[in-house]
Every structure is written in structure tokens, then in C-alpha cells.
Design a protein around this ligand. Sequence first.
Ligand code: 6PG
Length: 472
Amino acid sequence: MKEELFDFGMIGLGVMGSNLLLNMADHGYAVIGYDKNTDKTKLLESNAGKDARVRGVNTLEEMIKSLKVPRKLMMLVPAGAPVDSVLEDLKPLLQAGDIIIDGGNSHYTDTLRRIDELKPTGFHFMGVGISGGEEGARRGPSIMPGGDQEAYEKVAPILKAVAAQVNGEPCVDYLGKNAAGHYVKMVHNGIEYSIMQLISECYDLMHHGLAMSNKELHEVFKKWDSGEMKSYLLEITAAIFEQKDDKGKGELVDKISDKAGAKGTGKWTSQEGLDLPIPVPNIDAAVMMRNLSSLVEERVIANNIYLTHIEKIDIPKEELISLLHDALYFATIISYAQGLAMLTQASGELKMDIPIPAVVKVWRGGCIIRSALLDVFKNVFQEDNYKNLLLNKNIAQVLQLKLPALQKVVSLAAGNNYAASGLMASLNYFNAYRRHHLPTNLIQAQRDFFGAHTYERVDCEGIFHTQWESIS
Ligand code: 6PG
């Protein structure tokens, strides 16, 4: 009897890869996974439900010959050289028309290069961002596909079946040409960095500024997560403050080193922001703070030199908590605004045609930055294609309302030696973005003074240079 072929193949059976395959199997797809490691293939099969068609194999050849043609396969391997190496291994095994999805966090320029390199083969290659971590992959991630639209249409039914659903709509959609999928995921991660930084600053101001216990912090974040700011990141933050340390007394959070790690996607977003250029100062601040957190020894020495005292802030507890709520709400909107403005700019600049309303829809569920705010933004972009969320009058109203809280929080933080880089970046961005006149006319004058770099005038067209009076 001829063995039935499989619908979808996965290369790389780490937790994400196997969870995504099991998710597909739950939706009735016959799936096959490849990994060199036999423990991983066995684990995949043993985790499958009894009616699911799931197989694990240890050679690529076996997987490729077991797939329906055109083959649909995804790789979830570490970004960089491993992706190129898998593609090299696949080249002799596949045929024109087969679809290969890179579902990892690849840099978008690598994706562009791979699309070009694979053109002569006739394979369809797509860069697809996937967010939601292990749990998301198993129960429903947010999926950000870009590139080959013909290939997308062929894999769309599977992706729609496994993606998170919000109000009956799957959190997946075609998000643009070329490397748009990986670009959108990169910016998603930049926003993720920014919001995490903001939450950590609120934690600092409550923990040290109000001497609040972990139990109290849990209660505050839980409350914030039940209102207008409801989000996955607030939900997990509330849960973190409850987690007991299994190696000693108290809660785990207090035993974790403050040296923050990073795999690079936040830094890429900042770098791209500078290159476009489009300002994303909240993302820059978040990346910078992770880098600064690594300077552990220097921070200890500096602390002794400056005898910095992080003191209790002299303000009624409930008042500061309420101010922080509004400041975080404001700064979170600013974080999304910067990321979405960056996508808008990059979409044209890099010829990706990214549909921003679709991005917002796809981010509503399954991903790390999912939040009630995305529903608000969805309505904003239904109205018009704003270059920046801040130009929408409903968003403007919310920001005006919350602005005094952010101003107060920033001044309290500054006056009490707190490094609230994200909150401060949000306020600075807002103050600069809404100004008709910035002091940059002076910078233009200076540039022209020392370097004859020329300037434009406010009262007539043209490019000007002045012989400035020299310094006596
Ligand atoms: C997601 C996450 C995921 C990963 C981050 C972590 O959307 O599911 O963003 O991609 O957890 O890359 O990034 P850092 O290690 O750089 O914090």
C-alpha cells in the first residue's frame, strides 16, 4: 500500500518548531519534522495526540520524499549561517515550485539576499516572522508573512488554521513584498524592547520609590492588565512577581541578575531607524539600557564614587501608582507610534508595500506585544493612512489627557536619581514632534559657519551659504 504523503514539513525541532508542528497536527494536517537529534524527533512523536499524523525523521532526504508536491516546508533554526547551510542542503533535494519558509528571526537583508540567490532555482522562498514564544507556537502565534505572494496563497490555509484568533479573525495576513515579513517582525521586537523597558522603569519607581513588596507589585500590574492597557507583557509581569524562588526564600525576581541579555533584533531596529532615517528613540533607549545593564562592575564603582542614593519618593503611594499608570499608557502609545511610523517609512523606502492596517490586525493576538491598544489603533488606521499615530485626533486626545502624569513622573524620576530612559524618551519625542519650531535652525547656522554646509531659509526658496563674521 502506498504511504500517504505529508502536508507540511519542519526543519529544526526545537521547542518552537515542534510546537508549531503539533499545532498544525491539531488542525488536521499531516506533518513531518526533521532534526538530526533523535531525541527531538522521538519527543515530537510522543507529544502528538493519538489521532494526529505526526512523524519525526533524521534525514532531510526522508522528509523531502515524504511531502506532497509542491512541498511546503518551514525552517526554524537560529538566524544567520544555519539558515544558509540548510538552504544549501535543500537545493539538490527540492524542485521548482516548492515553498520554503524561514520562520526564524532572520535579519531582513539576509532574507533579501536569499530571495535573490534562490531565484534561479524556481523555489518560492518566504521570510515569515512568528511571535508568541513556545506557548504561542503551540496554541496560536501571530504570523507575519512577506515576500512571494503566490506562495503565501498556497500556505495561507495552514497558517490561518494555526494562528491566534481574535474575534474569529486569524492573526496572519500577507504583510508585503520582499523581506517585509522579517522587517515587520524586527520592528515588532523593537516595540517589545521598548515596552519592556517602560514596564521595568515603573517597577523601579514603585519598588524603590514606594518600597512596595512583590505582592503589592503583583496586584498593581494585575490591575493595570485588567483595564485599558491590558496586554500580554503586563499579564506576565504580574505573574512574575508571584513566582517563588525554588532555590531559596522569597520571590525569584529578586534573585535574578540585572544584566539584561539580547539576541539583537532590538539593536537591528535601532540601526535601521538611524539608516532610514526615522526617529525611534524609545527603542534606542531600550537597547541602550540593556547594554548599560551589562556594565556591572563599572556600575558598582560608579555607585561608590557618586554615592547615589535611590531613595523613597516623597509622594502618597496611590498618587504615584496612578501617575505611573497614565505615564506608562502614554509611553506605550508612543512606542507603537514610533514602530509603526518606521514601518510606514520603510515600506516605501524598501519597496515592501506593507499594509499597516493588516500589521496592526496581526499584532492583536498571539504575539508578545499584543494589547488592547491594538484594537484602538485598528480603528485609527481604518479612518486613514496616518504617517504617525500621533496625527490622529483620538490618539491626540488620549495623549493630552495623560501628558501631565508623564511630565510629573519624569520630573520625579529625574529629581530622585532614577534612570527612566524610556519614559523620558517618550516625553522628549512627544515634545519635539509636536513643535512647529525646533532649535535646529541654530545647528544649520553652525554647520554653515564651520563647514559651508549651506542652509534653507524660512522666508524664501533656495539653498544659501553665508560668509560668517569670523571669531575675533
Ligand atoms: C517573539 C519574541 C522572540 C524572542 C525575542 C527575544 O516575538 O516571540 O520576540 O522573537 O523571544 O527575540 O529577544 P531578545 O533575546 O533579544 O530579548
